[in-house]
Design a binder for this molecule. Structure first.
Ligand SMILES: [Zn+2]
Length: 150
């Protein structure tokens, strides 16, 4: 499999969160489960590198298994990138309980390693669900841009 090179001048690149292998830029990966061509892991999120900040971007329709989450966390720990892990949920229109459970598990592991998991980019539906389930207390949710509640 050939990975398309990022375009010169393009500031955003995407990488496999497990092995740091470059991923194709937009258009997004196919909807079906496409593993990383390098390490074969299930890509349920991808590393987004732009302007020096590293963000994990959750991909829609790809609820990870617990071991998928473990792979990502272990990779972050290996790279000393666990201190402040930003997870962008901006691409998700909704999240199911399994996904939330995985996030909780991920947070637990990151905290156990002395780090923080921050969530950002929650769309109104997702944010409402988090508040309804009191998950806004369980997670550290940050606003990237201030949007007043209607
Ligand atoms: Zn990989």
């Amino acid at each position: 499999m050939t990975i398309r090179e990022k375009h010169p001048g393009d500031q955003t690149t995407y990488r496999c969160p497990v092995c740091n292998h470059g991923l194709t830029h937009e258009p997004p990966m196919p909807r079906f489960d496409a593993p990383c061509s390098e390490c074969g892991c299930h890509i349920w999120c991808r590393l987004r590198l732009s302007s020096g900040e590293t963000v994990l971007e959750a991909l829609p329709g790809r609820t990870p298994e617990p071991w998928d989450v473990d792979q990502v966390v272990e990779s972050l720990i290996r790279r000393n990138a666990v201190t402040r892990v930003m997870m962008d949920l901006g691409r998700l229109d909704l999240v199911d309980s399994a996904f939330v459970a995985r996030l909780l598990g991920m947070q637990k592991r990151i905290r156990a390693s002395g780090g923080h998991l921050l969530l950002c980019g929650l769309c109104p539906v997702v944010r409402e669900m988090f508040e309804h389930l009191r998950l806004d207390r369980a997670f550290e949710i940050v606003d990237q841009e201030e949007t007043s509640a209607d």
